[in-house]
Design a protein around this ligand. Structure first.
Ligand SMILES: Nc1nc2c(ncn2[C@@H]2O[C@H](COP(=O)(O)OP(=O)(O)OP(=O)(O)O)[C@@H](O)[C@H]2O)c(=O)[nH]1
Length: 330
C-alpha cells in the first residue's frame, strides 16, 4: 500500500431481528482479545444495550432513537468519521476493528451504502463481514412477516442460527429450508452459545465479490416503542407476573422487551429480557458508574404506540409511584 494511502480499519456489522442474539454475540466477540471500537444502534429512545456489555472500557458510541437505516441514517457517517479521526490522532483507546451492532429492525442495506459508497469512509474503512443472527424458534415467522428480517438475512455474509438450545429439530429444519431459498449461497452456522467459537464465525467463507446496495431508500417500519421509567421498581415476582401477562395478552404484537431495573429483592441492577413470547430469567448486572437506580424498560410493539402505552399504563397503575411513560414515535 502506498505510504500516503490510509490504512483501512476492518468493520464487522452485526445484524439480526429483535432479540435474536446480537448483543450476546457482541459480548463474545469482545472477549476474543481483539481491540475493538463499538457502535451500537438502538431503535428505542432509551438505550439499554451498552449496559449489557461486559467490557465497558472500550470506545463505544450509542446511536439511539431510531434505526441506522432510516431515521438516524445520517448519524453513521459523522460517527465513523469522528472515530477515524480520533484513531488517526491517537486520541482514543487503540482499536484494530470496528463492530457496528444494528438495531433489530434495521435493514443493513443503507448502512452498507454509507460504508461502501461514501468516498472518505470507503478509503478508511473496509467492510469485513456482515453477520446476521437468527433465533431458530422464531426466525421463520419473522422472515415471513417482516421485510426488515428478510433484508438482514439477504445482506448477510454469514448466518448464525442462535437459540438452538430452545429449538425443536423441526424448527431448525424449516428455517434451513427457508434460508436455502432466500440466501442459498450464504454459509450457515448453528451453535449454542456454549459451543460458539468466534474463530469459526470470523473465518467463514466470504463472497468473492461484494454486492453494492441498489436501493438505499429508508424503510417504513411498522414498529413503535414505549419506555417506562421506575423511580421504585416493583419486586421481581410482581414485575415478572405483570410482564408475563402482557406477553400473553399482546402475543406477536409485542416482539421485544428489554431493560435495566432495580427490584428491591435484588442487590443491584438487573437485566430484563423478553423476545418473541419468551421472558428470560432476570440477570443481575455489575453496578455501573452511571447507575441512578432508575429502572427503565423498553417495549417494542408492532402496532400503534398509543395502544401499547395505554395497556402499559393500566398494567402498572397500582405501582407507587407509578412509572413515567414515554412514547417514541418513529
Ligand atoms: N437460550 C438462549 N438464549 C439466548 C441465546 N442467544 C441469546 N439469548 C438470550 O436472548 C435474549 C436476547 O439476546 P440479545 O443478545 O440481547 O438479542 P439482540 O439481538 O441484541 O436484541 P435487540 O438488540 O433488542 O434486537 C437475551 O436474554 C439473551 O441472553 C441462545 O443461543 N440461547
Amino acid at each position: 500500500m502506498p505510504a500516503n494511502m490510509p490504512q483501512p480499519i476492518p468493520v464487522l456489522i452485526l445484524t439480526g431481528f429483535l432479540g435474536s442474539g446480537k448483543t450476546t454475540l457482541l459480548n463474545r466477540l469482545l472477549a476474543d482479545g481483539i481491540k475493538t471500537a463499538v457502535i451500537i444502534n438502538e431503535f428505542g429512545g432509551t438505550p439499554v444495550d451498552q449496559d449489557l456489555l461486559e467490557n465497558q472500557s472500550i470506545p463505544m458510541t450509542v446511536l439511539s432513537g431510531g434505526c441506522l437505516c432510516c431515521q438516524i441514517k445520517g448519524a453513521l457517517a459523522p460517527t465513523l468519521k469522528n472515530l477515524r479521526m480520533a484513531w488517526d490522532g491517537s486520541t482514543v483507546k487503540p482499536f484494530a476493528r470496528v463492530i457496528i451492532e444494528t438495531s433489530g429492525i434495521a435493514s443493513p442495506e443503507p448502512i452498507l451504502d454509507t460504508l461502501l459508497r461514501e468516498p472518505w469512509l470507503s478509503k478508511r474503512y473496509r467492510l469485513r463481514q456482515v453477520i446476521a443472527t437468527l433465533a431458530i424458534p422464531s426466525a421463520v415467522e419473522h422472515l415471513q412477516r417482516h421485510a426488515e428480517a428478510k433484508a438482514q438475512a439477504v445482506w448477510a455474509d454469514t448466518l448464525l442460527l442462535t437459540h438452538a438450545d430452545l429449538a425443536e429439530p423441526a424448527q431448525l429444519r424449516s428455517l434451513e429450508a427457508y434460508l436455502q431459498t432466500l440466501a442459498p449461497a450464504t454459509p450457515i452456522l448453528t451453535r449454542t452459545l456454549a459451543q460458539l467459537d468466534t474463530g469459526d464465525l470470523l473465518n467463514a467463507p466470504l463472497p468473492l465479490f461484494r454486492r453494492l446496495p441498489a436501493n438505499a431508500d429508508p424503510i417504513e417500519h411498522a414498529f413503535q416503542s414505549v419506555s417506562l421509567y421506575f423511580e421504585q421498581t416493583p419486586d421481581w415476582p410482581r414485575l415478572q407476573s405483570a410482564l408475563q401477562r402482557l406477553i400473553v395478552q399482546l402475543g406477536p404484537a409485542l416482539p421485544r422487551i428489554k431493560g435495566v431495573v432495580y427490584p428491591p429483592d435484588f442487590n443491584g441492577p438487573v437485566a430484563i429480557q423478553a423476545a418473541s413470547g419468551r421472558l428470560y430469567p432476570a440477570t443481575p448486572l455489575p453496578p455501573r458508574a452511571n447507575d441512578d437506580r432508575r429502572g427503565r424498560l423498553i417495549f417494542i410493539g408492532a402496532g400503534p404506540a398509543d395502544a401499547l402505552a395505554e395497556t402499559l399504563g393500566a398494567l402498572f397503575a397500582d405501582c407507587d409511584p407509578p412509572p413515567t411513560l414515554r412514547r417514541h414515535s418513529n
